[in-house]
Design a protein around this ligand. Structure first.
Ligand code: 13P
Length: 305
């Protein structure tokens, strides 16, 4: 029996009206409990690392995460994804994104994200297309971002309700149509009221705001873009909005803060205690918040070779 590729899995989830969650790994010992929880729920998930997690946390490098992942990987339940490789990072510095993406593909990542969302549209299209050409040559799908999913930058967010009401930074449906057609991106990360958990030293332990999503706007983006959509900032979004977003095109949901904070809070009591806290948080997310227990069943009819 052959392994389904990440691109096929996301398409199957989309067709089944489900989502595949991606879980971020800012600390290498989180890999074990994240995989174990996915398996124990008979669910399916991506393990992911973003550049900022090896730059600002302790996951060391994309290669180190891939090596740790290989110790636990379960083809029925997990795949490895490269999250946010920004063209311009959260500190406004330019990044050699092509070098990182090449290294990730060489070390076994099965899908990658390029984040040109801090660039003007034309430049975002150009950088994304460059990554799509490289990744597709190895059969690897590419996630890209359009719109402003805020939260990673230092400093306070503008007041949330004001942000939501104004729709400032939301992905524009017509731009999304053009972006996907011209860049060739496989999955699109969108801004519809979602925000990332803060990562600055001062704010990273604080509870995230409870975000809402503009579902009508999401529907417009989905119809225009015509590709599976990705919801970043998955921690703390009100459950009814998350479930509704899955019915309107979201096929991948990124979760970081909800598993990082229990790890960090329990680490003073030892790595094993912190790992157990991650495991318990994972069960709650998969079973209660995302309602994805047994979602591995969607993929059980894997192709026979
Ligand atoms: P949260 O930290 O809000 O879960 O966001 C995670 C994310 O979007 C990573 O790309």
């Amino acid at each position: 029996m052959s392994c389904l590729k990440s691109g096929e899995l996301i398409r199957m989830a989309e067709a089944a009206g489900k989502a595949i969650p991606g879980f971020n790994i800012p600390y290498l010992p989180m890999v074990g409990p994240v995989v174990k929880a996915i398996k124990d729920c008979n669910s399916f998930g991506l393990l992911m690392v973003a550049r900022l997690e090896w730059e600002k946390f302790e996951s060391k490098s994309p290669e180190a995460v891939a090596e740790e992942y290989r110790k636990f990987a379960l083809s029925k339940h997990t795949r490895l994804h490269l999250d946010h490789i920004p063209v311009i990072d959260e500190d406004n510095l330019r990044v050699d994104y092509m070098d990182i993406i090449r290294r990730a593909i060489d070390s076994g990542y099965e899908s990658v994200m390029i984040d040109g969302s801090r660039l003007p549209l034309d430049e975002n299209i150009r950088c994304t297309k460059e990554v799509v050409e490289l990744a597709h040559a190895s059969g690897i799908p590419v996630e890209a971002e359009l719109g402003a999913v805020m939260g990673h930058e230092a400093g306070p967010l503008p007041p949330y309700e004001e942000l939501f009401a104004s729709g400032r930074g939301f992905t524009d449906p017509e731009e999304a149509r053009r972006f996907v057609a011209e860049s060739g991106a496989d999955w699109l990360s969108v801004a519809i009221g979602n925000v990332h958990g803060a990562i600055s030293a001062a704010a990273k332990g604080k509870q995230k705001i409870s975000a809402r999503l503009d579902i009508a706007h999401l529907g417009k983006i989905y119809r225009a873009a015509g590709v599976p959509l990705v919801l970043h900032g998955g921690t703390g979004i009100r459950k009814e909005y998350v479930l509704e977003s899955i019915r309107h095109g979201i096929a991948k949901i990124n979760v970081a803060t909800a598993i990082r904070q229990p790890y960090e809070a329990n680490l003073p009591r030892g790595v094993a205690v912190a790992q157990d806290a991650v495991y318990k948080a994972m069960l709650k997310i998969i079973n209660d918040e995302l309602e994805l227990k047994d979602s591995a069943e969607i993929f059980k009819y894997q192709r026979e070779d």
